[in-house]
Design a protein around this ligand. Sequence first.
Ligand SMILES: Nc1ncnc2c1ncn2[C@@H]1O[C@H](COP(=O)(O)OP(=O)(O)O)[C@@H](O)[C@H]1O
Ligand SMILES: [Mg+2]
Length: 246
Amino acid sequence: MSTGYAVRCRQVEKVFGAGETAVRALRGVDWDVPLGEISMLVGQSGCGKTTLLMVLTGLLDASAGTVEILGEALHALRGERANRFRLQNIGFIFQQYNLLPALTAAENAALPLYAADVPRRAATERGRALLHTLGLGARADAMPVELSGGQLQRVAIARSLINEPRLIVCDEPTASLDAESGHAVMELLRGVAVSPDRAVVIVTHDNRIFEFADSITYMEDGRIVRRANGNGSASFRPPSVPDRMH
Ligand SMILES: Nc1ncnc2c1ncn2[C@@H]1O[C@H](COP(=O)(O)OP(=O)(O)O)[C@@H](O)[C@H]1O
Ligand SMILES: [Mg+2]
């Protein structure tokens, strides 16, 4: 474990729209995400989890408050520098896969390496190797249109992990995976998160993966209401979570 933080949010607010139809999605969020850990974020549908992930990675600007990622104040990063910082340091695993339809699975997985000027053949081989680890080796040369939802999700996960970003942010990463693939993904993420200078943040309501959490943070109505420590081991049982959660 490390004493540093991957993310520090202070009094973060996010308002969508204006006037009578304004939605206050985040209402003063203070959150410290430690390095060297898997932090899970849970809460009912609409409570602001996805918004918080987007604000803390700079994909959305906060309406108020401050966000620091890996020691960098987000508001100080703009334009091309912000994009480069994100590309090098943050891996995103979101519900939409956004794969390129004209590239094979291995090529899609290797995309961040192409962008970082790794020679194409070596990059594609690394993509292929990571797909193998995720149980998708046999489909490495398939096109996206030939893959199932769960397979597409694993390609997207490989793409997020391939350049070994220091911060990995996931929104329901195992929702469309069977138990075995979900477990393989979590093992991979745990392997990443145990590095003292890296961190994983996961929004989830999949209780099959709570056992991997070092901590679980609960959100309600745009606020963080509770944080429970886990131990990242199979013996950890988090408090029960309402079934309405989605
Ligand atoms: N782009 C947007 N425009 C307007 N309202 C939004 C937008 N994104 C999210 N919201 C609203 O913000 C609130 C939080 O949404 P979200 O962060 O997606 O919640 P969760 O991920 O916890 O389900 C919801 O009321 C949602 O309708
Ligand atoms: Mg969401």
